[in-house]
Design a protein around this ligand. Structure first.
Ligand SMILES: NC(=O)C1=CN([C@@H]2O[C@H](COP(=O)(O)OP(=O)(O)OC[C@H]3O[C@@H](n4cnc5c(N)ncnc54)[C@H](O)[C@@H]3O)[C@@H](O)[C@H]2O)C=CC1
Ligand SMILES: CC(=O)C(=O)O
Ligand SMILES: [K+]
Ligand SMILES: [Mn+2]
Length: 353
């Protein structure tokens, strides 16, 4: 019997709706598999916790999480209660940084049963490797003066180690796919860090002569996501560019509500973290209509991470079948609730035994 202990952080807003849904799916998966067991330990950390305790998680929060096999997270953020930069840096980004989850992988592909907003989705199937530990998301900088003389300075941090690590990960990943890596740059406008990014990319690609490469400025690339997403296989991007491209990746699939993400710790010292790409969606929270597929697909990525790839593929196929059969939430044109979609996925999983 393989057993995995998961730290579960539903977080805020629809995180509290889609995480329980995905846990039901994981429980069903364990039942169907027979030789697999999950232990879930839930933590009520997030903006409500902040209101009560003045912090997003307890001081020893990271120590508590450290012993788990993985972290399963929903979404963080309730701008009515806590400013977004405080809530994100106090929990989500803290875990990503302190646990050295240096890579964030986010797939997007043509999904059966979904109406892509694109006229020619052409079976696109891409994966964004987002640098997840530095870049534009930094605390370096500051603000001085208030009022009309106010100045705000924000520094981006690009290390050779971090940049090269993300690029090598992308090349290695591409070897298992269509052997094509595209670099997202902006070296025409960003004077120091992006020419550096391009130089490192040119160096790293020498080690992978069998992999084809391309490089586009992020503005053009955003347009290509809309006009010809099938041209991409693996994309390597900085923290900010990867963040933006992956909401777009969700959108061209049909909804950001289905896009998954995996925050990967590469050195084995800390757990990796699995979450959907989307945030807490305060505009639909409480209605029971949040799309659970992003959270369920990230559970599939977690199964892959645990070496249960076969089961993960079966799960994703069932999710696509359910979508293709029209059992879908309103964001993708259906009338079903979070619960109805989840129950149908579980019902079909149970039919496997
Ligand atoms: N990784 C995380 O935990 C992230 C947290 N956030 C936080 O979430 C809060 C809201 O941010 P927004 O910019 O509005 O982004 P968002 O991703 O929460 O929502 C954007 C739009 O997509 C829709 N949407 C998102 N997920 C959906 C789902 N599963 N099913 C159906 N519709 C869905 C929402 O209803 C909304 O119209 C903020 O506090 C923000 O900081 C935002 C992005 C990522
Ligand atoms: C913070 C955010 O938007 C993300 O990690 O996707
Ligand atoms: K999330
Ligand atoms: Mn994002």
């Amino acid at each position: 019997m393989k057993q995995f202990e998961l730290a579960v952080i539903p977080g805020d807003g629809i995180g509290k709706e889609v995480v329980p849904a995905a846990l039901d799916v994981l429980r069903t998966i364990a039942e169907v598999h027979g030789g697999l067991k999950f232990k879930f330990v839930e933590f009520p950390w997030g903006c409500d916790y902040y209101v009560e305790h003045g912090k997003m998680m307890p001081d020893d929060g990271l120590q508590i999480l450290q012993g788990f096999d993985a972290i399963f997270l929903g979404a963080i953020g309730n701008p009515h209660l806590v400013p977004d930069h405080i809530s994100l840096w106090g929990l989500l980004l803290k875990i990503r940084r302190e646990f050295e989850q240096v890579i964030n992988i986010r797939p997007a592909k043509y999904f059966r049963g979904l109406q892509s907003p694109l006229a020619n989705p052409n079976d696109f199937d891409l994966i964004v490797v987002r640098e997840n530990s530095e870049g534009e998301y930094s605390e370096v900088g500051g603000r001085i003066y208030r009022g009309s003389d106010e100045i705000a300075i924000q520094n981006a941090v690009f290390t050779r180690k971090g940049t090269e690590r993300a690029m090598r990960y992308a090349f290695e990943l591409s070897k298992k796919r269509r052997k094509h890596v595209t670099s997202a740059t902006k070296s025409n406008g960003i004077f120091h860090t992006m020419p550096f990014w391009d130089e490192v990319f040119a160096e790293v690609k020498q080690d992978y002569p069998e992999v084809e490469t391309a490089s586009y400025h992020i503005d053009a690339m955003a347009a290509f996501f809309v006009t010809r997403p099938h041209m991409f296989d693996v994309i390597v991007a900085s923290n900010l560019f990867g963040d933006i491209l992956t909401d777009l990746g969700g959108a061209i699939m049909g909804s950001i509500g289905i896009a998954p993400a995996a925050n990967i710790n590469l050195n084995g010292k800390y757990p990796s973290m699995f979450e959907p790409v989307h945030g807490s969606a305060p505009d639909i929270y409480g209605k029971g209509i949040a799309n659970p597929i992003g959270q369920i697909w990230t559970a599939k990525m977690m199964l892959d991470h645990f070496g249960e790839e076969e089961l993960g593929s079966v799960l994703l196929k069932i999710v696509e079948d359910v979508t293709a059969d029209g059992i879908k939430t309103p964001d993708i044109g259906g009338k079903a609730t979070t619960r109805e979609v989840t129950d149908e996925i579980c019902r079909r999983l149970k039919k496997l035994v």
